[in-house]
Design a protein around this ligand. Sequence first.
Ligand code: TLP
Length: 345
Amino acid sequence: MTDAIDLRSDTVTRPTAGMREAMFKAPVGDDVFGEDPSVNALQDMAADILGREAALFVPSGTMANQIAIKVQTRPGDEVIVEAHAHPFNSESGAGAVISGVQFQTIPGRRGLLDPDRIRPALRPDDPHFPPSRLVCIENTHNRGGGSVYPLDCVASIRDVCQTAGLALHMDGARLFNACEASGVEPRRYAELCDTVSFCLSKGLGAPVGSLLVGDRDLIHEARRWRKLLGGGMRQAGILAAAGLYALEHHVERLAEDHRNAKTLATGLASLEGLAIDLNEVETNIVIFQVVRPDMDAYSLFERLWREGVLVLPFGPDRVRAVTHLDVSPADIEQALAVFARVLGE
Ligand code: TLP
């Protein structure tokens, strides 16, 4: 459906002409030998933006999260996450397969963990229990509706981790959305975490790739695990060039996506049969409820699909719509007209 208004995810963006040109011209080498100048430049830039020693370019956000878990745990350890966290729910059980860890989930508010609920969840040093080793937080939180972690909340989580000797990983797949919305610089979040991952292939508009950022020794170890998992890429500079372009050209424009999300949410709120709290729309993710006896998330999704508006059911009565680089204000108006038509039927 090439003419559709695709609000399923910000992963669907296609590289712009400028990005394709940068990819075309990219100097390349063999990155498994550490010789790809574009990959090295991207890793340096990522480390610099986040104010950390080193960064590693990996094929996906999933691999970044899983390597972060791998290098900061031992088999049998426990990883504490919010109940709707991506690594627990949407990474094919990789934590169990790759790292042999188990997850302890804590319900959060819109996906955000409350530091006061982490403390009692920590395991005492007792042979019955798995050692608590790592906390993973998600910023923005996907299933929480693009919610943003306040910096002081991350600082409090950091304090809990430090006191108990746990590491802290931030799944920042949409870190730059969080920063745009909160006005917090990426490095302020990053200085509180042991590792941070972020994706180039979501709102930033690159076709492929994520970064894992942290201390030099940890990233050195991460490089070995990337190879072991089959993520060692050769002339990956073609992809890294897209990432460099994205970091240079597509960060500030995320504000546009956030404005479009607000417009979409405001329009949806005025439609009979949908429920949404506008205060909860902080970034580019809009999650709303279908509250009609004759329709659920799946039937609404199907009707919209037939009319060329693509969204994602997130459960029987919840739907997600995500704004991004390939969605204009005019697309939002058009999508709202389709929603009104479909709901009025
Ligand atoms: N999320 C995808 C789907 O898996 C749901 C999406 O469309 O939002 N962390 C977070 C918070 C994510 O939202 C995602 C992808 C990932 C990690 C994984 O990234 P990829 O898809 O690059 O492995």
